[in-house]
Design a protein around this ligand. Structure first.
Ligand code: ASP
Length: 344
């Protein structure tokens, strides 16, 4: 009798679509998509060890965010949890392992946005907060502002009692070597008198910005991005990541987006908001909208990529670089990480 009743209830749930495909009985689904930067990421320029480390870190980030979402947590908490894992991993250009400025410092940018309320917070040029994504969240929740920068943002971080770290926490030898390489190339440019400024926007060896987009069981969306910016940046340069609408955007009506690439181009096109607007007003799906805007970015001369989630939990990535560190997990049991352009 009990077995018969269970079977009848099961058929009813399937018929009404109330049971999620992964068998969770709440009847609600979630999805999480992450990236760890885009660039000239090809099999021949990644050691087997680096490949393994990156995949392991992406997997851990997906697990941290999925755990939040699967237990009914919010997309904001999931995005933050996934990003913290990547900020703490020196393989990525965010938090520990951030690239160096021209003067040999680490100046980090981060942003987070809540698609339900359109609340947003970001921090730019910060130097001592261990996890800049937490600072972005604090700006959103504890200040009347959206974007704080440099000394003021550092000060606010301390007032909020966020964990601080010294320069040695963020610095890695590999990033320092990249700065030296860049300076050598810039010196060559100058010596040749070609006037080439390409090295300023060359993201080939600086990939590693991190981001996450999520849809939680209540259908709320969030997006976050964290970065050290571009190697050799100077004059207080700030990229797209902390600019709401350029590198980060979330709106429950249409999308959650995090971008990576040569930030100047993403700012000029307002990439994240542009993709969102296409989805909201033209009714394009995530992939169509993202591909169209990344095509425009390429036409301007920009390189990079985006991750995009739609309210129904579908997600897409789009990039015009050879590869992008990326990953995806859903309540339906999808769990996937990728690095190269020839992977799904
Ligand atoms: N978009 C970041 C910036 O321009 C860098 C990156 O994504 O690699 O600061």
């Amino acid at each position: 009798m009990i077995r018969l009743l269970t079977a009848i209830i099961g058929v009813f749930l399937m018929a009404t679509g109330a049971q999620a495909q992964d068998g969770n009985t709440t009847g609600k689904s979630w999805s999480l998509t992450i990236h760890g930067g885009a660039g000239v990421i090809e099999r021949e320029n990644l050691t087997a060890e680096k490949d393994r480390e990156v995949r392991a870190a992406l997997t851990r980030a997906l697990e941290a965010g999925s755990e939040v979402l699967a237990s009914g947590g919010t997309s904001m908490d999931a995005v933050q949890a996934a990003i913290i894992v990547l900020e703490d991993d020196p393989n990525f250009n965010a938090g520990r392992g951030s690239v160096f400025t021209y003067k040999g410092r680490n100046e980090m940018d981060a942003a987070i946005m809540d698609g339900k309320t359109l609340d947003a917070g970001s921090a730019a040029g910060v130097t001592a907060t261990k996890n800049p994504i937490k600072l972005a969240r604090a700006v959103m929740e504890q200040s009347p502002h959206v974007l704080l920068s440099r000394d003021g943002a550092n000060e606010f971080s301390m007032e909020q009692e966020l964990e601080q770290a010294g320069p040695q926490w963020f610095a890695t030898d590999e990033r320092y070597r990249q700065l030296e390489e860049l300076k050598a190339r810039q010196a060559e440019d100058e010596a040749s008198g070609s006037g080439a400024k390409t090295s300023y926007f060359d993201i080939d060896m600086k990939y590693g910005t991190v981001g996450a987009v999520a849809v939680d069981m209540d259908g709320n969306m969030a997006a976050g991005t964290s970065t050290g910016g571009l190697t050799g940046k100077r004059w207080g340069r700030i990229g797209d990541s902390p600019i709401i609408g350029a590198g980060t955007y979330a709106d429950n009506r249409a999308c959650a987006i995090s971008a990576t690439g040569a930030g100047e181009f993403f700012i000029r096109l307002g990439v994240a908001h542009e993709i969102c607007a296409r989805m909201r007003m033209k009714g394009e799906d995530a992939k169509t909208a993202a591909d169209a805007v990344i095509r425009e970015l390429g036409e301007l001369g920009g390189t990079g990529g985006v991750i995009v989630a739609a309210p129904d939990g579908t997600a897409a990535w789009s990039y015009n670089t050879p590869g992008m560190y990326r990953g995806r997990a859903t309540s339906a049991g999808v769990k996937q990480v990728g690095i190269y352009g020839d992977e799904e």
